[in-house]
Ligand binder design. Structure first.
Ligand SMILES: [Zn+2]
Length: 367
């Protein structure tokens, strides 16, 4: 049987140029290498799964490559690159501070730092989740960070920048990684699907990207999960069933009924949604999001805030033109109110139903 490698690992970028959606960071790092202006300590901040450790590894490989290309990418052929690509390089050391956060762990690391590398120019120390270090460990580390040996470069990574003490911050060059937007994730998933010989609906990939909430790693593991469920054909229906996502279609129909003041129909759709096992709160949140999407479609300046693609985007634009601003704003207020009252409410179903009735009557007076 063929060995299964998870996509997040199989498609981990190996060069600066293949890192998704962090081009300002990769460009700055490349320039630093090109101009020989390497800092001794970097702090990579940002949400999980956006490429912090991936960039750190690429950086470590690139600065040790003996045959850099003109556009500052590692050659992948020299001894150092080969060692990096097969995970046996001695120039890179990774410490996960989430599980190794004691003074003893840091002391071991500090002892290691003194030893110059046998091959290559630099020893790179990646400390992941650095905010998890105990304060004593931080203090023990500070001196090394202040006066590091020439060959040592530290890359500290964290999801929680605000927990890093100022004395550390002031000694690092700081890079803020972006949350990856939905269309960038979807485009990358498309590439992965193609490479895997899978056929995927654009909309299906969009849903996966949305569910991943800005993290590529999560998107790729959801992708694997879907592939193991539905094989090489990934349809929108499979994805929404698998991820327990409510079909967009319900919301579009709901808003159409609101516009026509068709109260009974809205209640019947809500009943259908509950019968499918969806939670009322989940629905009302989705409805708020749908109304919000319609609202951003009303203005060309905000339409790019619509984080859906392809056909659904067109559908949003069409429905938005049929809605008055005033209606959207009031409907949003009602669904937002319902969202806030949901948890403490004793009769949640009625609460949602009342909200739907009110929304379906918003355009009444005008007629
Ligand atoms: Zn190389």
């Amino acid at each position: 049987m063929e060995n299964f490698i998870v996509s997040a690992r199989k498609y981990r970028p190996e060069s600066f140029d293949t890192v998704v959606a962090q081009s300002s960071i990769t460009t700055t790092l490349k320039n630093a290498i090109k101009n020989n202006q390497l800092a001794h300590a970097y702090l990579f901040c940002g949400p999980r799964g956006v490429g912090k450790t991936t960039c750190a590894r690429i950086f470590a490989k690139t600065i040790n490559c003996s045959n850099l290309s003109d556009d500052i990418e590692a050659c992948n052929e020299c001894d150092s690159c080969k060692a990096f690509n097969t995970n046996r390089s001695f120039n890179i050391h990774e410490l996960d501070a989430a599980s190794n956060n004691s003074v003893e762990d840091i002391r071991q690391l500090i002892d290691q730092v003194r030893i110059p590398p046998q091959v290559g120019k630099y020893s790179v120390y990646i400390i992941d989740e650095v905010h998890m270090l105990s304060s004593q460990a931080f203090n023990a580390f500070l001196k090394t960070l202040e006066e590091p040996p020439k060959h040592a470069i530290f890359i500290l990574a964290t999801t929680e920048k605000h927990k890093i003490i100022p004395t550390i911050l002031s000694r690092c060059q700081i890079f803020d990684f972006n949350r990856i937007n939905i269309s960038d994730i979807a485009t990358h998933l498309e590439y992965v699907a193609k490479s895997e010989g899978a056929v995927a609906d654009k909309e299906a990939l969009n849903i996966i990207a949305q569910k991943a909430d800005g993290a590529m790693r999560d998107a790729l593991s959801i992708f694997d999960q879907i592939v193991s469920f539905s094989g090489k054909e990934i349809s929108y229906q499979d994805v929404i069933t698998n991820l327990n996502v409510l079909d967009y279609d319900y919301y579009f129909r709901m808003v159409d009924h609101f516009q026509k003041n068709e109260v009974p129909e809205t209640l019947m759709i809500f009943d259908e949604i509950l019968n499918h096992g969806f939670d009322g709160h989940h629905f009302i949140n989705g409805l708020s999001n749908h109304l919000r999407n319609l609202m951003v479609c009303k203005d060309t300046a905000t339409v790019k805030l619509l984080e859906v693609g392809g056909e659904i985007k067109e559908r949003y634009k069409v429905q938005a033109t049929s809605c008055e601003n005033d209606f959207l704003l009031k409907a949003l207020e009602i669904s937002n109110e319902c969202d806030m009252q949901y948890k403490p409410s004793q009769n949640r179903r009625l609460l949602v139903e009342l909200a739907l009735i009110r929304m379906a009557q918003l355009t009444l007076k005008k007629k």
